[in-house]
Design a protein around this ligand. Structure first.
Ligand SMILES: [Zn+2]
Length: 116
């Protein structure tokens, strides 16, 4: 049985590899990667930091309530520093705001007659 730490390491290393090799076109978060428009080197560094924090037991904890961040939430947003519960009142999180806007745009697009 794998521990939470091992599962998170596997997830982080896989996503880091995708930053290096390019996110597959058909992956569901490709659009989010584009939306963030973060330079590759910077994004890689953030994954390295996350892996380092995992080593010292500081990855995956909420910066707001200090509880463990939900694993499925980390799988969607591996570099997030707040948990799903706290996200609802996280006015300061620019990334989450951007992702929400993107999701809204995408939903609108799919409802548009031209996109059906
Ligand atoms: Zn929290």
């Amino acid at each position: 049985m794998s521990t939470r730490e091992e599962r998170l390491r596997v997830m982080l290393e896989a996503r880091r590899r995708e930053v290096l090799e390019g996110v597959p076109e058909d992956s569901w978060y490709k659009e989010e990667e584009i939306a963030l428009q973060e330079p590759k080197a910077e994004r890689l560094k953030r994954f390295d930091d996350a892996l380092l924090r995992l080593e010292i037991g500081q990855y995956g904890f909420c910066a707001s309530c200090h509880q463990e961040i939900e694993e499925e939430w980390l799988a969607s947003l591996p570099l997030i520093r707040i948990c799903k519960r706290c996200d609802t009142n996280a006015e300061w999180s620019g990334v989450i705001k951007q992702l929400r806007q993107l999701r809204k745009q995408r939903e609108k697009k799919s409802q548009h007659p031209l996109w059906q």
